[in-house]
Design a protein. Structure first.
Length: 400
C-alpha cells in the first residue's frame, strides 16, 4: 500500500502555484439489523441483532483528497453461526464481530483523469463481477490502485489492480473464510454512451494465489460485453440490461474449463408501479466442482435471490428465471421514498435443466429524515438443491 501512495503522490502536478484550502468532511453511518433464519436440516434457528458503525473523515484540497474510515460490527444477540465462531448447528449469518480499517485512500481527480490508491471500495457496472458486498455488515474492500480515464465525452476507461481483497469475515477470519485474500487481480472496463444506452466491454482477471482458497480454483479470466439503457414509452420508462461473458481458468487454477454468462433483464416503470422480468445464466462446463461460471468478488446478495443459495455456483451451473413487481411513492405523509416490492425466482441447472427450487422475495422500505427503515423476507423452496429456508430482516440505516 505504501508503494501505491508513493505512486499517486508522484503524479501530482509539479508546478502547483499555491497551497489549496483544505476542506474537511466528516463521514458517519450506522446500521442496526435483526436477521432470523429457519433452515431445514439444522437443529436450531438463527437469530442475530447486529450493530455496524462507520466513522471517518475526508480532506479535500483542489484536485486532491484523502479519506480514512474505520468500522466496527457488534453482535448484540449472537444466536447464530457467523462463519468463524462456534459450531455450524445454526444457519450462517455472515456478520461476525469486527473492528477494522474499512478505507484509507488518496485520490487525485481532474475532469479527464482520476487515480485512487489505497484501501477502497470497488464496484464495476452492476457489481455482478466485482463489488463491495454492501448488504453484509462488514462489507468488502480492496487494497488497490484504480485509474478512471475520460478522453472524450461519453467515453470512459476504468482500470484497477488489487493485490488484496478484505473480506466480510473480519479480523478473526481464518481458513477457509479468511480476513483477506492476496492475489494479482486486474479489472478493466471500457464504456461509451450510445443512443440506446451505455455499452461496455470488460475484462475481470481474478488471480488468488492462496491455496487455502479452494486450491486456487476460483482464479479465472472473464471477458464480456454489457448494454444498460433506458427509453421513454409514452408516460412510462423502459429499462433494459443485456450482458454476455466467457470465463475460463487463469494462472494457478488446476482446472481446465470454459463457461458462459448471459443476462437479459427488462423492466417498465409507470411512475409508481413497476414490473420486470429477467433471465440470468451462469453456465457449466463438464459438471466438475468449480468448473461452472464463478463470481467470488461479486456483491452476491443482489443476484439470484436473497436466500443466498447460489453464492458459489453449483457444478452444473444455474439458470434463474425471475419476475418482479412493485410500487414506489416519493412521499406518504412524513415518509419519503416508500417502496413495496415482490420478486419470484425459478432456479434450474444449466446442465440437464434440473429444477433446483424456487424463491419468493418481499421488501418494504421508507425513509424518515436521515433514517431508512426496511423489512425483507425470503423463502426458498428446495427441489433438488439445498434445503427449504426462510429469512427475515428488519433494518435501520442512518447516515450523517
Amino acid at each position: 500500500m505504501k508503494a501505491a501512495f508513493a505512486l499517486l503522490f508522484a503524479l501530482a502536478p509539479a508546478g502547483a502555484a499555491h497551497a489549496e484550502e483544505i476542506v474537511l468532511k466528516p463521514l458517519g453511518e450506522a446500521r442496526l439489523r435483526y436477521e432470523s433464519v429457519d433452515q431445514d436440516g439444522l437443529p436450531a434457528d438463527a437469530e442475530a441483532v447486529t450493530l455496524r458503525v462507520r466513522a471517518g473523515v475526508e480532506a479535500k484540497a483542489g484536485r486532491w483528497s484523502a479519506l480514512i474510515e474505520g468500522q466496527g460490527n457488534l453482535a448484540i444477540i449472537d444466536d447464530y453461526f457467523d462463519g468463524i465462531h462456534g459450531a455450524a448447528t445454526r444457519p450462517l449469518v455472515g456478520d461476525p464481530d469486527n473492528i477494522a480499517l474499512a478505507r484509507a485512500q488518496v485520490r487525485y481527480a481532474s475532469p479527464a483523469f482520476a487515480l485512487t490508491a489505497g484501501r477502497q471500495r470497488l464496484g464495476f457496472d452492476d457489481e455482478r463481477f466485482v463489488g463491495s458486498v454492501g448488504f453484509r455488515q462488514n462489507g468488502q474492500s480492496f487494497d488497490a490502485v484504480r485509474a478512471e480515464i475520460t478522453p472524450l465525452k461519453g467515453v470512459k476507461a476504468d482500470l484497477a489492480y488489487a493485490w488484496s481483497v478484505r473480506t466480510i469475515w473480519g479480523i478473526d477470519g481464518t481458513w477457509p473464510r479468511q480476513q483477506a485474500v492476496s492475489g494479482d487481480n486486474v479489472f478493466g472496463n471500457l464504456s461509451t454512451q450510445t443512443p440506446i444506452g451505455k455499452l461496455s466491454s470488460f475484462a475481470y482477471l481474478v488471480d488468488q494465489y492462496e491455496a487455502a482458497i479452494q486450491g486456487y480454483r476460483l482464479s479465472s479470466q472473464s471477458y464480456g460485453m454489457r448494454l444498460d439503457g433506458t427509453q421513454p414509452i409514452g408516460q412510462a420508462k423502459l429499462a433494459y440490461q443485456l450482458s454476455y461473458a466467457r470465463q475460463s481458468d487463469w494462472h494457478r487454477n488446476p482446472s481446465n474449463y470454459g463457461a458462459d454468462y448471459y443476462l437479459a433483464d427488462v423492466a417498465v416503470d409507470f411512475g409508481g408501479p413497476r414490473v420486470g422480468v429477467g433471465y440470468e445464466i451462469l453456465g457449466a462446463d463438464d459438471g466438475a466442482a468449480f468448473t461452472s461460471f464463478q463470481t467470488p468478488l461479486a456483491t452476491g446478495f443482489k443476484f439470484q435471490g436473497w436466500a443466498d443459495k447460489f453464492l458459489t455456483t453449483p457444478p452444473d451451473g444455474v439458470r434463474d428465471l425471475y419476475a418482479s413487481a412493485g410500487w414506489g411513492w416519493k412521499g406518504v405523509g412524513p415518509l419519503q421514498a416508500v417502496t413495496l416490492q415482490a420478486a419470484y425466482h425459478d432456479y434450474r441447472s444449466d446442465r440437464a435443466s434440473r429444477s433446483y427450487g424456487n424463491e419468493i422475495n418481499l421488501l418494504a422500505s421508507a425513509k424518515l429524515g436521515k433514517v431508512t427503515a426496511a423489512a425483507r423476507y425470503a423463502h426458498y423452496n428446495a427441489d433438488t438443491f439445498a434445503t427449504d429456508t426462510d429469512k427475515f430482516w428488519l433494518q435501520l440505516d442512518w447516515t450523517i
